[in-house]
Design a binder for this molecule. Sequence first.
Ligand SMILES: C[S@@+](CC[C@H](N)C(=O)[O-])C[C@H]1O[C@@H](n2cnc3c(N)ncnc32)[C@H](O)[C@@H]1O
Length: 396
Amino acid sequence: MPGAILEQESMEQLISRFEGLCNELTQRSLTCPDAQRQQALNTAQKLVRKLQSPNEFGTAQSWAPLEIVGAAIACDLDIPNTIAAHNGPIQLKEIAEKTPSAAEVLVMRIVRFLAGHGMIDQLDEEVYVANDLTRDYATDVRRAQIFKMLYCLPSYAALPAFLRETGYRDSSDPKNCAWQKGLQTTDTFWQWLDKRPMEANWFNTLMTAARSANDDSLAKTYPFSKLFAGAQHDDVLFVDVGGGYGQQCINIRASFPKDHGRVVLQDLESVVKGRELADVEVQAYDMFEEQPIKGAKAYYLRGICHDHSDEVCRRFLARVKAAMTEDSRILIHERLVADINPTDLVTKSDFMMMAQFAAMERSYKQIKTLLESVGFKVGDQYRLGVNEWSIVEATV
Ligand SMILES: C[S@@+](CC[C@H](N)C(=O)[O-])C[C@H]1O[C@@H](n2cnc3c(N)ncnc32)[C@H](O)[C@@H]1O
């Protein structure tokens, strides 16, 4: 029916209306609740996937490692910082002048790369201005993420050959995984890091922000008020086992000041040495040894189990269990793999864990089975909105 087709919106009209909608969504996303912003983002990502041809998808995927390479070179030369620090538009010539250690043509190519990836805005030929990504790539945390990814890349590249050569067994030995093959080392990831302060600092800095740190999302995710109710000043409320630089201890202290009870940060000596945090006890501790804090209200482990195979997890989980009383809770905070439609991010992270540690990301069922194998009684899982990061609670 030609009449009906004429009445239909043309593709041009549809695209124009779509662009209007995109502009409106972009504006509103600045102020709407984060769950709504994420919902819009998921919809947009699904649309991108549907519009992409398989060739476009495949090419984008196979070229993706170069995104890290380009970003790392730019960060190494402080180019995002230079552009972000400039108040307003900046000429290519000035960026090159402020980057004297690199050839002018190389600076041009890096700046072109940043513009090509939306990491700076281009206003005119050779004129650029910082955007939100430029400012983000000028921060210590993002730089740490890029540099950490770069030094881990050889282990990811070695994973296919490692699996092929070892007969596609599900390895659980952190001393014999793609990490050793890729990095040409006999050390585990942690031993390797222990000998390299710069790489360790990148790792630990990344952890301070990797999962929405410095906000009150932790206190909102789990009913700590209920758990801590009735605690005395000398009671230990919260032990953060493998807590890195103490990001979650700081967050818990913001919600539960000193008079509520004690908060303890535990991590390897090389990580916590010299670290001082207001109203937080800092303890060098190897989690495979006896847990020195007995009967705390909460033993909190975020992103710890995913660094280890079940076999290895059982060893440190048993140490926590032995220190717990009936009133204690162990809180396992992990990015859980959904049973249906897991996200690309969590499945990528799963392969990251496989390569670096012979470890894995787990579903709620897998965490539950793991905890039960150590003798825990597993309770509910708690999460904030659409966040994949969930706290699984268990008792002795
Ligand atoms: C993936 S990071 C997670 C850090 C922190 N829990 C967070 O979520 O931001 C793993 C942490 O486990 C610590 N770790 C590794 N082996 C450990 C051990 N044997 N004893 C105590 N901590 C350990 C690391 O130093 C690191 O801080």
